[in-house]
Structure formats: structure tokens, C-alpha cells
Design a protein around this ligand. Structure first.
Ligand code: SMO
Length: 732
């Protein structure tokens, strides 16, 4: 019997952060009151590619309420945004604040109007005249069979890689020569719009020059310190003159990890006009010009021995990029490649990855950031290998996984996996899901004419590297203050951090005051990314709490008069690798082609669990987004590079009734690579769910097609498969 979805029950902890956010008490950037602030309205490019003949802003400048109008020439001196150098940078384009001579994507900011109200800005925007010489855009090349493929291939120029890298280990030719079976897979991931509830938003307060800070900036961001530092460099101001505050952030999912041209312009305009300035994107502006995720096309060949052992893997990852690179631009292409061959041993591996520019919105990290792409490719290959060898899907995985006694494991792309009990996770899944019974049920339903499928996926997830900071202070009056450089997007980070400190001091978590996301009151930090907050940030906090507590115990003075402070910069000695084993049951409506993911059985190993309920919520949230990728969501551009999915009327986010029921169990193998033994869980569901659902859908359709279908598995796509199979049947 499928379990019902986990529900909040009265015995579960109540998180003050949750209570506050779901009852409308949150304070987002848009809620920050700024006296006499000006607002920015952007005039955006109506075409994907072209030469600007002229931009006429005379009438806009003279319009009521308009304080200033800026074009590309005004902001040409602003410095570039650094790109995280995890891949070789072949051809990094300039970082444009406003278009110069050339239009590079639909939605690119061309003119910025600074006015005393949103209405005045919108009216003035209508008066701007753009004269553009239309040119053919370069669009991402997609694999054949996906909706936009023909359109993209019709454009003359091939996208050129901006970032690329290759890895190779072992004798790949010998591996394929020795193979009893060779299986091949091509995966096309939809391009996705991260779609946090709160759109991009910034409010910059211009302070009296006599004050220490010139600008106080509230930014909806995952990375307050990094954004402050990059912004200071780009604008050529002392970083101490900028204070960056991330107040409540209404979702981010990677989309708010990097600075946007619009945000840089707001800060620049505030300095130039010596006025407070703000901007909030509309939902359509986020579809047009915030970073998208995924969109990768991956291809792989797996050489398999008769007994199911994996002998060799050849893989190619191709990721789309837009017209400028966010700081995180290289992360998806890097992760998708370096994670291969996932949790498996494979002696010969050849992996190549590249990411190519196109005349579209920027592409960056989105919850999972390359991990779902690696998992989907590998797990589709494994599923095909199971079919080719006649082995059971879980059994072939069991035969190939890296054994725990070989951990830490050095992979062919140079990664080091810290820990993992993959075979045990597979066994736990088989037991929890009643795998044998489930397979029987699927057979029975198939015999009765239903299109049903079962799909497994075993994935691994790197949970961040590097350092994070923490400061714990004990005041003479007994107050304990804990501060960290990260920010929070509704994950109840305050509760987790307070819990870590409270346990050290042996006090109630409510007694701990947690400060996050403010460059003035928190030590410098990296931010909330890559599932690293608990493993790395939490370890920093644990060390700071322990040091402060020791100092407190050592303090024998009768009346303590000084503040005790422990400042820690914790650097993890390596990456913690979470992993999970997912099993999806899908059913396809024979009339409409609509895929329903009925149930997901999940075993996740995230190391030490600090808070069970929060872990479950993270897994469920990730699954919702994974279901979106597999079944519903896709950003679509037409052959002219026009965005066809510019609103939530056209872009299908998952709703409550699209969710499968979910059974979650965990396995806890502590990571030896951090103080807590924790691994990340923020991205788990987005990695495991699409791979498992893809395998289940292909399993349901196995009698009709052996072709690799692109995601998302929309009713239209599935109906076409069923329809062409029926046609073939009736003509033979
Ligand atoms: S996609 Mo995450 O914010 O590293």
C-alpha cells in the first residue's frame, strides 16, 4: 500500500520562521520603506539580435516624474562580473549593464528610466524609440525530437563554446572492445525558469556622506557578502562604503546567487544621483531576463560486460548559456560532467563538457545545477544496460556500486567521494517499497491494459566545498548571539543554527539570537548555495559555539564584564557527497497521454540529520521541482529567439495535484569531511525524481518505443508516441 504523503501533525515542531513567513509577517526587499526613493523602469529589447541604429530618449527625459534616463553609453565604464573559474573559459562575453551597439537577447535592458513612481516610469518607457537592424539570432541547439529543435537548427550559425573541459581515464577503446553490450542514451533537459515566489528585488538607500556607509542595499540574494564585494569592485568603490542586507528572501533556487545588470544599475544610479533608488522585477521580467536553468543535452555510451559490470563510459555534456555569464555560469556544465559515472565503478571513462553562448536569457545554476543532468544520463544508461543484460534494475546497480570500504573514493574526473553505503540504500529501498510486490502489481496492471511503468535512480550529490564563517558572542548579560555570512530563503536556517549553538551551551534554542545575511553585523561568508549551508556553515557555527562555550567555562571571574567572542572560518577538507535511491511509479492516460507520477519511494542518505522535519520538507520541495522538470515545465523560444513562455499562463509550474504520494526513509552515513557529519539535502529531490520518472515513463512506453524521449514528458509528446505506434501497428 502506498503511504499517504507526509503531513504536518500537531506533534511536530513549530518553526518561528515558518510561522512568520506563512502568516504574512515576512519582511522582503519590497517591504523595506525608503523615503523618497526613485524607481527604475527598464526598456527591454524586443528582438533577439540586432544592431542598434538609434535610441531616442528625448521624449522620455521630458516626461513628468522622470529624473534621469540612461543608455548603454552612460554605463559602459562599469567593470565586469567575475565568472567562477571551475571550467576553462574559452570565450567569455562582456557583462553588459545596458545594451551598447548590439542587441543580444529578447528582454535585454536597453534603457533605464529613473522616475519618482512606477507609473511615471512606465509612461516614459512608452516614449522611448528604438531603431534596430534585425539580425539572425544564434539559438541553443537542441536534440532532434524536442519542440524547438527544428527552429534552432534552422538558424545558420552554430553556438560556440564559451566554457569547455575534458577528462579521460583508463583505456576506453579496450573497454568497448571487451563489451558484451553497448548501450547509448541521449537526454534533452528542458530549459527551466526557477520561479521563486519573490521576484528579483533591490532597494538602495543613499546615506548622508558623513555616515560610514554610502549605500545601504537590501537585495534579494543568496550571497550578501559576495554580492557586496563584486558590486564594490564593479563600481570602483570601497566595499566598506556598501552595506548589503539580505532580508527575508522569498525563494531563490540558484537564481539569486549572482548579481544582475539591473541590480548593478540601481546601485550605480543611487550613487550618481545621490538618491535612494529601487527596483522590483515583474514576473514576466524574471521569465525574460533572470537566469534560467538546465537545458542541457547529454549523450552517453556505456560498455557493459555479460555479467552486467560497467567497463567503459563515454559521455558528452552540452549546456546552453545566454548572452552574458552569471558568476555561476560554469557550474551546471562542470557538475554534470565531473559527477560521472556517479556512484559506480567504471575503469575507463571519457567525459567532455561544454557550454555555449546564445541570444537568449542568461543560464546559471538552478536547484541541482548539473547534478540532475549527470543522474539522468547515467541512470538511463544503467536502465538500458539492465534491459540488455536481462538483469534486474536494482541488481545491476548493486553489482556496480562503489563499496563502502573503498571510500573515500577518487573518481575519474578528480572528485573525491567522502562516504556512502550505496548497496545498503538499494536494499533499503527494495524493502521499504516492497519492490517484488510492486513489480508484480505493475505486471498485473499492464495485463489489464494500463500503461504503467517503474523506474529507479541512484544519484550522488556534491554538497559544496570551501569555507564558511561563524561568530558566537556571549554578552555580559548572558545573551548568546550567533552570526553567519549566509542568508536564508525560508529553509528555517535560524532554527538549525540556533539548535547547533544551543546544544553546545546546553540551553533552549529560543535563547539564541541568530543574525544572518547582513554585511554589517555578520562575518564575511559565501552564502546559501550548493546544499552547503548546514554541512559547511553549520560546522563553522559548531566550532564557534564550542570555542565560545570553552571560554565561558574558563572564565572564573565573579562578575563577567567583557563580551566573549569566538570567530571561526571553517574550511571543509573535502566535499560531502549525499546520495539517494528513488523509485517512481507512473501511469499514462491512454487517451490523452498525460503522465501521472503516482508514487515515489525515496531513500536519502544525508549523513547526520539535524532536524528530521526540515529534511523531509527539503526533500518534498525538491521533488515538486523535479516533477516539474520531468512532466511540466519548459521555457520555449521560437525560431526568432522570441520567448513564448513569458508568464505563468504559458509556463506550467507543478501544482499540488501534480505531486505524487511520497514515502521517505533515510540512511545516515556521517560525512568524515565536516564537523557535523552532515551532507546537503537541498537539492536531493530535484536530482532523484526526474531520473526515476524518466526511467518509469520509458518503461511504461517500452512496448511502443525504444527512442529516448526529451523531458518534459508532456501529454502532447506522449500522445504523439502512442499515436505513431498505433499507426505503425495498423499499417503492418
Ligand atoms: S542551484 Mo544552488 O542555489 O547552488
Amino acid at each position: 500500500m502506498p503511504a499517504s504523503p507526509p503531513r504536518q501533525t500537531s506533534s511536530e515542531p513549530v518553526y518561528p520562521e515558518h510561522q512568520r513567513l506563512v502568516s504574512g509577517q515576512g519582511c522582503y526587499v519590497g517591504d523595506i520603506a525608503l523615503a523618497e526613493a526613485l524607481v527604475v523602469t527598464f526598456v527591454r529589447a524586443p528582438l533577439a539580435h540586432g544592431r542598434i541604429r538609434s535610441v531616442d530618449v528625448q521624449a522620455a527625459r521630458a516626461a513628468p516624474g522622470v529624473v534621469a534616463v540612461y543608455t548603454g553609453a552612460d554605463v559602459a565604464g562599469i567593470g565586469p562580473l567575475p565568472v567562477n573559474p571551475v571550467l576553462a573559459q574559452v570565450a567569455v562575453p562582456p557583462y553588459p549593464i545596458l545594451a551598447g551597439d548590439e542587441i543580444l537577447a529578447v528582454g535585454q535592458p536597453v534603457v533605464a528610466i529613473v522616475a519618482d513612481s512606477v507609473q511615471a516610469g512606465a509612461d516614459a518607457a512608452d516614449l522611448v524609440e528604438l531603431d534596430i537592424d534585425d539580425q539572425t539570432p544564434v539559438l541553443p541547439r537542441l536534440r532532434a525530437g524536442s519542440d524547438a529543435a527544428d527552429a534552432a537548427d534552422a538558424t545558420g550559425e552554430a553556438p560556440s563554446p564559451a566554457l569547455a573541459q575534458r577528462w579521460s581515464e583508463g583505456d576506453i577503446a579496450a573497454a568497448f572492445d571487451a563489451a558484451s553490450h553497448i548501450v547509448e542514451v541521449t537526454m534533452q533537459h528542458p530549459r527551466l525558469a526557477p520561479s521563486p515566489l519573490e521576484t528579483r528585488s533591490i532597494a538602495a538607500r543613499y546615506n548622508d556622506p558623513a555616515e560610514a556607509e554610502t549605500l545601504t542595499i537590501w537585495l534579494s540574494t543568496q550571497t550578501p557578502h559576495r554580492s557586496r564585494d563584486f558590486l564594490a569592485t564593479m563600481l570602483g568603490v570601497d566595499k566598506q562604503k556598501l552595506r548589503m542586507i539580505a532580508p527575508d528572501v522569498g525563494g531563490a533556487f540558484g537564481m539569486k546567487a549572482s548579481l544582475y545588470p539591473e541590480e548593478v544599475l540601481v546601485a550605480w544610479a543611487a550613487l550618481r544621483l545621490q538618491r535612494s533608488v529601487r527596483w522590483q522585477a515583474t514576473r514576466s521580467e524574471d521569465f525574460l531576463a533572470a537566469t534560467h536553468g538546465r537545458g542541457a543535452c547529454t549523450q552517453g555510451r556505456l560498455a557493459v560486460a555479460a555479467d552486467g559490470r560497467f567497463l567503459g563510459l563515454q559521455a558528452q555534456v552540452r549546456c546552453p548559456l545566454g548572452y552574458w555569464l552569471p558568476n555561476s555560469a560554469a557550474i551546471p556544465a562542470w557538475n554534470a560532467a565531473r559527477i560521472l559515472p556517479g556512484p559506480y565503478r567504471c575503469d575507463a571513462v571519457q567525459v567532455a563538457t561544454e557550454a555555449s553562448l546564445s541570444h537568449t536569457a542568461p543560464v546559471g545554476i538552478y536547484r541541482g545545477a548539473g547534478r540532475p543532468e549527470a543522474a539522468a544520463l547515467m541512470e538511463r544508461l544503467v536502465e538500458k544496460a539492465a534491459r540488455a543484460t536481462g538483469l534486474d534494475a536494482l541488481e545491476i546497480r548493486r553489482r556496480n556500486v562503489i563499496p563502502p570500504e573503498q571510500m573515500p573514493w577518487r573518481g575519474p574526473t578528480g572528485i573525491t567521494i567522502d562516504s556512502g553505503r550505496y548497496a545498503q540504500a538499494l536494499a533499503q529501498l527494495a524493502c521499504e517499497a516492497d519492490y517484488a510486490g510492486l513489480r508484480q502489481t505493475v505486471q498485473t496492471r499492464r495485463a489489464a491494459g494500463e500503461l504503467v511503468g517503474l523506474g529507479a535512480a541512484l544519484y550522488i550529490e556534491p554538497c559544496g566545498q570551501g569555507w564558511e564563517s561563524a561568530r558566537v558572542q556571549v554578552e555580559p548579560d548572558g545573551r548568546i548571539i550567533a552570526a553567519t555570512g549566509g542568508s536564508a530563503q525560508g529553509q528555517s536556517r535560524v532554527a538549525v543554527l540556533a539548535g547547533i549553538v544551543a546544544r553546545e551551551f546546553g540551553v533552549d534554542p529560543a535563547a539564541i539570537e541568530v543574525r544572518i545575511g547582513d554585511t554589517a553585523s555578520c562575518p564575511a561568508g559565501i552564502g546559501a548555495l550548493a546544499s552547503r549551508s548546514t554541512a559547511i556553515g553549520g560546522s563553522a557555527m559548531l566550532q564557534a559555539a564550542s570555542q565560545a562555550h570553552e571560554q565561558l567555562l574558563a572564565d572564573t571571574s565573579e562578575a563577567r564584564t567583557a563580551t566573549i567572542t569566538a570567530d571561526v572560518v571553517y574550511e571543509a577538507p573535502g566535499e560531502a557527497w549525499g546520495y539517494g535511491c528513488y523509485l517512481a511509479v507512473v501511469a499514462i492516460d491512454g487517451d490523452t497521454g498525460k503522465v501521472r507520477c503516482e508514487h515515489l519511494h525515496v531513500v536519502d542518505d544525508i549523513g547526520t540529520v539535524l532536524d528530521k522535519a526540515l529534511v523531509r520538507d527539503q526533500i518534498l520541495g525538491g521533488i515538486a521541482q523535479g516533477v516539474g522538470e520531468a512532466l511540466l515545465e519548459q521555457v520555449v523560444y521560437d525560431e526568432h529567439g522570441q520567448l513564448l513562455t513569458g508568464s505563468l499562463m504559458d509556463y506550467a509550474l507543478p501544482r499540488a495535484d501534480d505531486m505524487p504520494t511520497v514515502s521517505i526513509s533515510t540512511l545516515n552515513t556521517p560525512s568524515p569531511f565536516n564537523e557535523l557529519g552532515a551532507k546537503g539535502v537541498g537539492e536531493a529531490g530535484t536530482i532523484g525524481a526526474p531520473a526515476a520518472i524518466a526511467n518509469a515513463v520509458q518503461d511504461a512506453l517500452a512496448a511502443l518505443t525504444a527512442q529516448d524521449l526529451p523531458m518534459p514528458f508532456t501529454p502532447q509528446r506522449i500522445w504523439q508516441v502512442m499515436h505513431s505506434a498505433n499507426l505503425q501497428e495498423s499499417t503492418t
